[in-house]
Design a protein around this ligand. Structure first.
Ligand SMILES: NC(=O)c1ccc[n+]([C@@H]2O[C@H](COP(=O)([O-])OP(=O)(O)OC[C@H]3O[C@@H](n4cnc5c(N)ncnc54)[C@H](O)[C@@H]3O)[C@@H](O)[C@H]2O)c1
Length: 354
C-alpha cells in the first residue's frame, strides 16, 4: 500500500459519531469522509472533523481516498452495505449485529474471502481487559469442564429511544431484527459464546411488556452449549433503574462472576484466596462509583475505546495481511443464536443451530 494510514469513511452518524472519534484517535488510522442521508447529522460531523461529506453512500464508495468503510447504519442494512463496500474494494468495520439475517452474513463472509479485503465486526466487549482475562483463564483450563453459563441484561430504554426519525427502526423485526436481544443483548450473546464456545440449541420465549414496539422488550432462553454446558440468558429493555449486565460461568474447577466489575473468582486451587484478592485489585469495583449515566440506561454512554482498538487492529491487519481480531465470520454466531431464540419463541420448541 502506498500510504501508511488506513483512511476511513463512516456511514451512519448516530453511533457512527463514535466511529469518527475512534478513527481520529486510532494509531495508523485517519478519518477522511462521512456519509448520512440526514443533513442535520452529516453537516456538523463533516465540519467538526474537516472531512468530505457524502449524502450518497455509493458516491463515498467511489472516493479513492477512502480505504476502509465503517458501517453504522440501522442493523438491517449492514450486510447489503458491506457487500457494496467489498465490491468497491474497501476494507470494512461493521457495527453489531453484523446483520440481522444469517444468510446475508454467510454470503458476506464468502464475498470477503473471495475479495481479499479485511473486514471486522464490532463487539467491543471482546476488547475489555476483564473479559479478555476471563477468556484466558478458560482457555488455560482454569475452570476445568464448563458446566454452567448464565447471563442477565436488565437494561432500560425509554419510550423516546424508539421514537423520532432515528428511533422508529428500533424494536422492529425488519430493520432491528428484534428488540432487547438482537439490539442490546447481542453483545451479551456474543460474549458468552466467545467465552464458553458454540451454542448447539436453544429454547426461548419473548414478549412485549412496557413499550409500544413491534418486536420484544423481554426475552428468556435456555441454552445447550456444544461442550455440554447448560446456560440461561435473559435480556430486557424494561428493567426500572437499568442494571449492569451480569455473567456467571462455572466449571468443575472454578467459578467466575462479573457484573460491571469482577465480583467473584473462585478457583478450586486458590484455597487461600490470594489469586482472587489480586484480581479484585485490578478488576473489582472501585470504592467510589463514577457519577452519571451508564450504558444500562443511556445508549450513548458507550465509550469509543473498543472501537479505537478495533480500528487500530484493522489497520494492522491490512498492513500485515492477517485477519482482524474480530472477523465477520466470528461475529456471525451471535446472530445465529439470537435468531434461534426468536424462532424457538414463535414455535414453542427447542431449536437446533447447525
Ligand atoms: N457497539 C455499540 O455499542 C453500539 C451502540 C449503539 C448502536 N450500535 C449499532 O449502530 C448501528 C446504528 O445505531 P444508531 O443507534 O446509531 O442508529 P441511528 O438511527 O441513530 O443512526 C443510523 C444513521 O444511519 C443513517 N442512514 C440510514 N440509512 C442510510 C443510508 N442509506 N445512507 C447513509 N446513511 C443512512 C441515518 O440517517 C442515521 O443517522 C446499529 O446497527 C446499532 O446496533 C452499536
Amino acid at each position: 500500500m502506498a500510504h501508511h494510514e488506513l483512511r476511513f469513511g463512516v456511514v451512519g452518524l448516530g453511533m457512527g459519531k463514535h466511529h469518527c472519534k475512534a478513527a481520529t484517535e486510532a494509531e495508523g488510522c485517519r478519518l477522511v469522509a462521512v456519509c448520512d442521508i440526514d443533513e442535520d447529522r452529516l453537516v456538523p460531523a463533516a465540519k467538526e472533523h474537516n472531512v468530505t461529506a457524502y449524502r450518497s453512500y455509493a458516491e463515498m464508495l467511489r472516493d479513492p481516498e477512502v480505504d476502509a468503510v465503517s458501517v453504522a447504519t440501522p442493523s438491517g442494512m449492514h450486510a447489503d452495505m458491506a457487500m457494496e463496500a467489498v465490491a468497491a474494494g474497501k476494507h470494512l468495520l461493521v457495527e453489531k449485529p453484523v446483520d440481522i439475517d444469517v444468510a446475508k452474513v454467510r454470503a458476506l463472509v464468502q464475498a470477503i474471502q473471495a475479495s481479499g479485503v479485511k473486514a471486522a465486526g464490532v463487539f467491543q466487549s471482546r476488547t475489555d481487559p476483564l473479559n479478555r482475562r476471563i477468556k484466558a483463564a478458560i482457555e488455560e483450563g482454569r475452570l476445568g469442564q464448563i458446566i454452567g453459563v448464565h447471563a442477565l441484561l436488565p437494561w432500560l430504554r425509554k419510550d423516546s429511544y424508539f421514537q423520532g426519525a432515528h428511533g422508529s427502526w428500533k424494536g422492529t423485526w425488519g430493520m432491528d431484527g428484534g428488540g432487547s436481544l438482537m439490539n442490546q443483548g447481542v453483545h451479551t450473546v456474543d460474549l458468552i459464546q466467545w467465552l464458553a464456545g458454540r451454542v448447539e440449541s436453544v429454547f426461548g420465549a419473548f414478549g412485549i411488556y412496557a413499550h409500544d414496539i413491534e418486536a420484544e422488550d423481554k426475552t428468556a432462553a435456555f441454552l445447550r452449549f456444544r461442550n455440554g454446558a447448560l446456560g440461561t440468558l435473559s435480556t430486557t429493555t424494561c428493567a426500572i433503574g437499568g442494571l449492569s449486565q451480569s455473567i456467571l460461568i462455572h466449571g468443575d474447577k472454578g467459578t467466575i462472576q462479573k457484573s460491571a466489575h469482577l465480583t467473584a473468582w473462585k478457583m478450586a486451587d486458590d484455597e487461600d484466596g490470594q489469586e482472587e484478592a489480586r484480581l479484585m485489585q485490578y478488576y473489582g469495583a472501585p470504592e467510589k462509583r463514577p457519577e452519571g449515566e451508564t450504558v444500562a440506561t443511556d445508549p450513548m454512554a458507550v465509550g469509543a475505546k473498543g472501537h479505537t482498538f478495533e480500528m487500530e487492529d484493522l489497520a494492522i491487519a491490512v498492513r500485515e495481511g492477517r485477519d482482524p481480531y474480530i472477523t465477520i465470520e466470528s461475529a456471525m454466531h451471535a446472530v445465529e443464536i439470537v435468531n434461534a431464540v426468536y424462532e424457538s419463541g414463535r414455535e414453542r420448541r427447542e431449536v437446533i443451530i447447525d
